[in-house]
Each structure stands twice: as C-alpha cells, then as structure tokens.
Write a protein that binds this ligand. Structure first.
Ligand code: ASP
Length: 321
C-alpha cells in the first residue's frame, strides 16, 4: 500500500477513534488479579508456557518474563533472538534486551556480544548497579564479572547464510519474514504486579554498532503499574522515534483500552514516516486489569496469550492493512 493510501486509511480510522476520558484506576483491587502473560510472535508460545507455570504457582511476574524469554534466547533454532540470532553485516551477533518491574525499576543491555541470555544481564544491571543501561564491551565485562559464560553465538548455519548474503550485501527490511522478530513479553501476577521483558538480535545484517528499540525503555518496552504495560516489535528506528511503548501506556492512562492504545500509536507512527511500503511495527499491551491488546501496521503479526480461562493461545493481531 502506498503512503498516500495509508494516510487516507489512517485518517478515516482516527476520526472513528478518540481517546476516552481518563478513568479512576484507584477503585480497582489489584491484590486479587488473574495472572496473564502475553508475548510476541510464534516463539511467544514457548516463552508463555514457562512464564505461565511461574505465574500459576504464585510466582513473581518479573521471574516469569525473564525465565520465559530466556528459553527463546537459548534456542539456536530461533534466529532472531540470542543464540543463533542473525549476525550484523560483519558476521557478528550483537544483542539488545531490557527488563522492567512494577516499581519502574529497569535494566538494559545493548550491543552485547557472546552472552546467550542478555535478559538476565539486563536484570543484573537493574538489580546490582546504580545504572539502567550498559552497552558493548562494558556490558560484556559486567556480564563476565557476574558469572555469565562467554559463548560464540554465531552458529554454522548463521555463518553459512551470512556468507551467501555477502554476495549481494543487500540490506532491506523484509516484512514478516523471520529475520528480525524480537520477543517481547508482558506479565501480570496474581498480586497485581506487572513486569516486561524484551530481547532481540535486531535486524539481520544491520550495520555494526546499530542498536534498535528493544533495549530502550519507553521504546521497545514500558510499563507503569498504575496503568499497564506495552512492548514493541518491528522496525526499531520507527519505534524509537515515536517512543512507541511509552505512548501506548500513556494512551491507556488517558482511558484507552489496550487495543485502542496500540491502534492509536500505530497511526501516529504512520503519520511520522514517509516510507511506509516496507514498514512493519507491532505492539502488544496489557492493562492492570488483565485486558490485552495487539495491533500492527501490516498483516502477519501474531502473539501468544496465556491465562487461566483460555490456556495457551496463539492469536493473529489486528492490523491496519
Ligand atoms: N525491533 C527490533 C529491532 O529493530 C526488531 C523486531 O522486533 O522486528 O531491533
């Protein structure tokens, strides 16, 4: 779809959509919440099964999201996260991740090499340093000091594919082909505490040094335990310049449902970008009452939802296209 058509469609869409007035959130008893976890893409199901077991046993939402996404990071067959993730154009796998809890504590690592589970390094940054974000060599040095093992993340398959890629060296975003799919995971525990995690190897064959939205609090992930949580996948550059996840949470603060909030921010992103033909961004959102939303620009984005009532589901997100 051309940009002109997108804008036309989104104008129609936005006139039918207005943020309702802010509701009073303090009237809601959080101590008896129904646990829920929502995660991006097919691999979200793998993460959710692990997270759900923790939530169902009365565990912490922070442990649930960390343990869930770790499984995805550790799987060399999932090519967009952690071990076996696509390398940059120099053949080096660099990882981005962040984590956030119900008290707005957060930790992040970016441009991290040779560590299988960046999400756990991000949690250590959150819990054991005075900082929010460590990058590159500093992040790796910190991880090794904390006992993480140095591991080569480039698998034989990734090396082979990178060698073939070098022949054309063509860099273009490929929509909904699994060459960049971040896992973002949001959980609400039975005691009403939200947590979120986001981890990725970023776009395949990116420039060396490129960092996307995924380790940036407010872009790839944001939450406010008064309101809800949101996380992103898709073209990181578009998510960063819209402060995407923070905007989804702010829309919920203003009274939008998680679904409407995701739609609202997707429309903003469309208006901010001239090139929309190959632009894919998707959001998931979870409010403090356990309501879930998801929306993307283009078809193909799906997410995993796990709760007591419905078990584990893989659902297609609504989209603008
Ligand atoms: N947002 C990620 C990045 O730009 C990639 C993705 O989720 O598709 O690094």
């Amino acid at each position: 779809m051309k940009r002109r058509d997108f804008i036309k469609k989104s104008t129609l869409f936005s006139s039918a959509y207005a943020l309702p007035k802010s509701s009073n959130r303090n009237d809601f008893d959080l101590s008896n919440s129904e646990p829920v976890v929502v995660s991006t893409w097919d691999h979200g199901l793998l993460a959710n099964r692990v997270s759900w077991d923790i939530l169902a046993a009365g565990g912490k939402s922070l442990d649930a999201v960390e343990e869930g996404v770790r499984v995805v990071e550790s799987d060399p067959n999932i090519r967009t996260v952690g071990m076996g993730g696509y390398p940059d154009r120099e053949g080096i796998v660099t990882l981005d991740a962040c984590i956030m809890d119900y008290e707005s504590n957060c930790g992040s690592v970016a441009f991290l090499r040779d560590i299988v589970n960046p999400i756990s390094v991000a949690r250590k940054v959150m819990e054991e340093t005075p900082h929010v974000m460590l990058v590159g060599q500093g992040a790796k040095k910190f991880a090794l000091k904390k006992g993480f093992k140095e591991t080569n993340l480039l698998t034989d398959l990734s090396r082979k594919e990178w060698n073939s890629w070098k022949i054309s060296s063509k860099y273009e975003s490929i929509i909904n082909i699994e060459n960049h799919d971040t896992i973002s995971s949001l959980a609400l525990s039975g005691d009403g505490r939200l947590a979120g995690a986001c981890t990725t190897s970023g776009s395949a064959y990116k420039m060396h040094g490129r960092v996307g939205d995924s380790p940036i609090i407010g872009a790839g992930l944001f939450l406010d335990n008064q309101v809800g949580a949101a996380a992103a996948t898709g073209l990181g550059e578009a998510v960063i310049k819209s402060s995407g996840s923070a905007m989804v949470v702010e829309a919920m603060r203003n009274g939008a449902s998680p679904q409407d909030a995701c739609e609202h921010v997707i429309l903003r992103i469309l208006k901010m970008n001239k090139q929309v033909e190959n632009l894919q961004v998707g959001f998931i959102a979870l409010d403090i009452r356990g309501n879930v939303g998801a929306f993307s620009i283009k078809k193909g984005f799906n997410y995993a939802l796990s709760n007591q009532k419905r078990g584990h589901l893989l659902l297609p997100a609504n989209c603008l296209e």
